[in-house]
Ligand binder design. Structure first.
Ligand SMILES: *Cc1c(COP(=O)(O)O)cnc(C)c1O
Length: 451
């Protein structure tokens, strides 16, 4: 029996007073629409970051394009731009209807971050960005670089031996470690990745093959992060990438929204009061979906609705937001096990920074069972030939959750716009998953669909 008080109440009292928490702690699928959402302009007024910070991050990524094109030949054709396709997925929209028991009007799109170059997940946005930011700041300070240089010079021997004297540490369930390890190693940094127990073997093997130090722990993500933080504290030459609190990661993710706006325009997809955009973002600790949602609100204001998706066993952001306790509470405190096949989402305690930033900006959070992630994975493969890892499917049921919530639709004056709405599932990873593991995911999903 856990008698600890959280925000002045025992877990039992919390559950007694809130039916939602009863369903959540029973690890059933739930949907929650935020009663505290404010008009975008008002919500933004409480946030210390803004448009100019995102522009600054976008400019930095521009400066690095010549370096990235050189160091990662797969990006050469795109001129060193790390970006993913935006795809119409009508066959998936149709295939999902029986599973979600809902007519699904509107247009469904998939943002295929699974196909991001270099590390095959959304972490190729924030994680890589923070390494670039750090490399730039060190090189500028050392006089090895100036802002108007061609950044491909960072690949020369002098710069590499300079970076080799510096180290970077990070804690990760896998994908963040992959992004930071690959990018850090490319500059010549000494990189240590502290991995939680659920991290896949192939990710550790890949990192070790690049000369990255991989440290393994028996426990979950939060402890892996704490170990990385500890390493950096004891070594002044070590830079810690703090997935729980980093503004740099957040801004790196936010740049995605500016680019998405252009992609939507190119596809002649309108976003305005009569054509709302809904974005469904898989959420782990919160930096990725938080940064993207922040960027989307800057880009589209009140015409975009941002909703996070979490596994039923790891609804850390929902728990933090709902109780208002943010990082002061974990899913384990509430008796949940934080065990899920959704790798990047196996996080028990949310980012306090992101939760507090999103309080008035986020429109909702829902949870999805691992079985449904697998079913959707198999459907996506079958209907569209798109291969995703389990986490990356979490955004797909989102449109059904919105369409089935008449309260939310009425409250926001959306009832008559749903035929012309666009639903965007952020498909956050998958292209690096080895064939054998991917086939096992698909087989499991098919089996679940047939039973
Ligand atoms: C990390 C990750 C997420 C979520 O990002 P957070 O910043 O942890 O919230 C979603 N999907 C995948 C595949 C990830 O690796």
């Amino acid at each position: 029996m856990n008698n600890t008080l959280y925000g002045g109440k025992t877990v039992e009292q919390w559950i007694d007073q809130h039916p939602l928490l009863n369903d959540m702690t029973a690890m059933r699928e739930v949907s929650w629409f935020n009663p505290d959402t404010k008009p975008c302009a008002e919500a933004m007024a409480h946030i210390s970051l803004g448009e100019s910070d995102v522009r600054d991050a976008a400019d930095r990524l521009e400066r690095f394009r010549p370096y990235i094109a050189l160091a990662f030949p797969e990006t050469e054709q795109a001129g060193g731009l790390i970006e993913s396709p935006l795809c119409r997925v009508p066959a998936m929209q149709k295939a999902m209807r029986p599973l979600l028991h809902t007519e699904l009007p509107g247009t469904l799109l998939a943002k295929c971050d699974s196909q991001l170059p270099i590390s095959g997940s959304i972490k190729a946005r924030g994680g890589i960005y923070e390494v670039l930011q750090h490399a730039e700041s060190l090189a500028l300070e050392a006089g090895l670089l100036s802002l108007d240089d061609d950044y491909s010079r960072l690949a020369n021997d002098e710069c590499r031996s300079f970076f080799a004297k510096h180290s970077i540490a990070v804690g990760s369930t896998g994908n963040l470690g992959l992004s930071i390890g690959i990018m850090g190693a490319s500059f010549g940094f000494q990189v240590s990745v502290h991995m939680s127990a659920d991290a896949r073997q192939w990710k550790k093997d890949l990192l070790r093959s690049k000369g990255v130090h991989v440290l393994e722990y028996e426990s979950d993500y939060s402890l892996a992060v704490a170990q990385g933080r500890k390493q950096a504290e004891s070594d002044p030459g070590c830079y810690f990438i703090d997935d729980e609190n980093s503004v740099h990661l957040f801004l790196g993710y936010a740049v995605a929204a500016r680019r998405l706006k252009k992609q939507l325009q190119d596809m002649h997809i309108i976003v305005d009061g009569d054509h709302p955009l809904f974005a469904y973002l898989p959420c782990g600790v919160g930096g990725g979906p938080g940064g993207v949602a922040f960027g989307l609100k800057l880009a589209f204001g009140d015409n975009v609705h941002c909703i996070f998706a979490e596994p039923t066993h790891s609804p850390c952001m929902l728990l933090g937001l709902f109780t208002g306790l943010h990082d002061q509470v974990s899913v384990q405190d509430f008796g949940m096990d934080n065990i899920t096949a959704a790798d990047g989402l196996a996080v028990g305690r949310p980012s306090g920074f992101v939760g507090k930033t999103m309080v008035h900006l986020l429109d909702g959070v829902y949870t999805v069972s691992d079985d449904n992630l697998h079913r959707l994975l198999a459907l996506m493969e079958e209907s569209q030939g798109i291969r995703l890892e389990p986490s990356a499917l979490a955004g797909l049921p989102g449109m059904a959750r919105v369409l089935n919530n008449s309260d939310y639709l009425e409250r926001h004056g959306l009832v008559h716009t749903m035929e012309s709405a666009t639903h965007l599932a952020w498909c956050t990873g998958g292209s690096m998953v080895p064939e054998k593991e991917m086939n096992a995911y698909i087989a499991k999903g098919r089996e679940l669909l047939n039973n």
